[in-house]
Design a protein. Structure first.
Length: 352
């Protein structure tokens, strides 16, 4: 596609990111895009570690700061009141973007039916990754493949909050207790009949969680947000309004956040009950047993800080599905805060 250069408001929400925020500002300033077409905003609401002071050192950045912390959704709603550009782009503070990320995203807006464009999340790879990094890296490669297929079929169902852009005119103000703000923004745009495009050449790099415990905290929050989102989107996405979107949403998101983890649990006793009735069920049971044994061994090795990637992937798969149940309980009890207590991340050398 030919380059397209609409006016862009580039927004970075931050909370207590003083140690890395200068690098994020410099990375953002290095983006290749006509300078007269882009305006930078950094939101530092609630930060008490000097993040706002670090941002204020950069004259070309507009600082939006309130001493109170109301959560990311509230910060997004407030920031959107300042936006008058054709496109708005959000990026996380702990991500590193390639210099052509914006150019690759904006070209899609030449088509009037495109309402949002999502970049791709990638995880920094190190020679000696821990269990979380190995599993998370593999998961995001798998997730990226699904996103490409979704977008090729019709539209993306859920954008990556690490790098998401959309037309401000299509924005619906978020409920301030929203957990998955990026998901809700993109799905509501898709429900209005606009396509959400996936652009893998606009990628946001970030390090993996520092440990499985930190990654589990993040996944539980996402799953609680998934249940919250499913409740709010229940009447909005219908097979009678848009069957393709309905099919993608329920097959890729709803089943993953609800029925599939439950079926995985029920599969074990059902398979045991069928043992002896056919070789297929015996082989299937052996496969299940080996998989969960590998996950258990991955857990043991992770605790001993012994690195063996083939066992970390099934362990990560188990953690992901466990998080669905834990997230459901948090959602039902109303104990998942919209304010993000960010997971600790592993360190990494950020290369251009």
């Amino acid at each position: 596609m030919e380059p397209f250069f609409p006016d862009v408001a580039f927004i970075v929400p931050c909370y207590n990111e003083a140690s890395i925020i200068a690098d994020k500002v410099k990375n953002t300033l290095a983006l290749k895009y006509p300078q007269e077409k882009i305006k930078l905003y950094f939101i530092t609401d609630g930060s008490d570690d000097g993040t706002d002071k670090e941002v204020s050192k950069f004259e070309t950045v507009t600082l939006l700061h309130l001493p109170e912390r109301s959560g990311k959704a509230a910060a997004i709603n407030r920031a959107m009141q300042h936006i008058h550009s054709e496109i708005v782009c959000f990026s996380d503070a702990n991500t590193h973007l390639p210099e052509d990320a914006l150019i690759n995203m904006m070209k899609h807006y030449a088509l009037a039916n495109v309402g949002a464009v999502s970049g791709e999340k990638r995880v920094f790879k190190k020679d000696k990754d821990n269990a979380s990094a190995s599993g998370e890296g593999f998961y995001w490669k798998y997730e990226s493949t699904l996103k490409k297929l979704d977008a090729a079929y019709y539209s993306l169902v859920g954008a990556a909050g690490e790098l998401i852009s959309f037309r401000p005119a299509l924005f619906t103000p978020l409920e301030e207790d929203s957990i998955l703000d990026d998901f809700m923004i993109s799905m509501r745009i898709a429900a209005k009949g606009f396509k959400v495009v996936y652009e893998p050449d606009a990628f946001a790099m970030e390090t993996a969680s520092a440990s499985v415990k930190e990654e589990l905290k993040r996944k539980v929050r996402i799953c609680a947000g998934g249940w919250q989102s499913m409740k709010r989107l229940f009447f909005l996405i219908s097979p009678f309004k848009n069957f393709k979107l309905f099919y993608l949403y329920y097959s890729h998101r709803v089943l993953r956040w609800s029925l599939v983890p439950l079926l995985l649990v029920l599969l074990i006793p059902l398979n045991i009950a069928l043992l002896g009735t056919g070789i297929v069920y015996t082989l299937f049971f052996c496969g299940q047993a080996l998989f969960y044994l590998a996950a258990f061994l991955g857990h043991i090795l992770a605790n001993k800080n012994i690195r063996f990637k083939p066992l970390f992937i099934p362990y990560y798969f188990y953690i992901m599905n466990y998080a669905v149940f834990a997230g459901f309980l948090k959602f039902m009890k109303g104990k998942q805060s919209a304010a993000w207590d960010r997971a600790k991340r592993a360190s990494a050398e950020i290369a251009p």
